[in-house]
Design a protein around this ligand. Structure first.
Ligand code: FAD
Length: 150
């Protein structure tokens, strides 16, 4: 089974800013599209939660490259497992800033999937991280859809 899913969390560096986020998004979309990787990157309260899906070796190589990036620190590997199919197959890397979503809904989701009121993916299980990411992705899609309808 060569298809893998890797989940990790990390802390943004103190001087991390929106421009950094945009640069990461641009390079990730370009690289991941070329190498057949898909996934989601959630950012909130100076923490990242990323899900990467793709070929086992490509996922591993990309994670090792990301882990040495100086824009964040203390990457925590949460899960790396073989999978039958992708969940985020439509996205080469979908970046979601939780601050852009409805704060009450985000708060409810954090409470649903963790034992804290703040976003601490490093303390969440693989299942919790994945379900959280799926729900957050669905939320953003809904926002996108309703803004297109307006
Ligand atoms: P180069 O761009 O040549 O950079 C060389 C080194 O400097 C690398 O170690 C790089 O990590 C680091 N670097 C690059 N720009 C900066 C900067 N502005 N400040 C400090 N250090 C810098 N890349 C992907 O391809 N796919 C992803 O899904 C992905 N997700 C990421 C998620 C997070 C949270 C972060 C922080 C980075 C992510 N990246 C991702 C970016 C990745 O770490 C590499 O920067 C990128 O892949 C380019 O790699 P490169 O070897 O061509 O490095």
């Amino acid at each position: 089974m060569n298809l893998r899913r890797l989940i990790y969390s990390s802390h943004a560096m103190p001087n991390f800013n929106y421009q950094d986020l945009k640069e990461i998004m641009d390079v990730s979309n370009k690289n991941n599209r070329l190498s057949g990787l898909t996934g989601i990157l959630c950012y909130c309260d100076c923490m990242f939660l990323q899900v990467l899906e793709g070929n086992c070796e490509v996922v591993s190589r990309t994670y090792h490259r990301i882990a040495t990036d100086k824009r964040h620190h203390t990457p925590t590997l949460i899960e790396c497992v073989p999978i039958e199919s992708r969940i985020f197959g439509n996205w080469s890397m979908h970046m979601i800033r939780l601050i852009d979503l409805n704060p009450e809904t985000v708060k409810r989701l954090i409470l649903q999937y963790s034992d804290t009121t703040s976003f601490k993916p490093n303390l969440m299980t693989p299942y919790q991280c994945l379900e959280f990411s799926k729900k957050v992705a669905r939320l953003q899609l809904q926002i996108q859809k309703s803004s297109e309808e307006e």
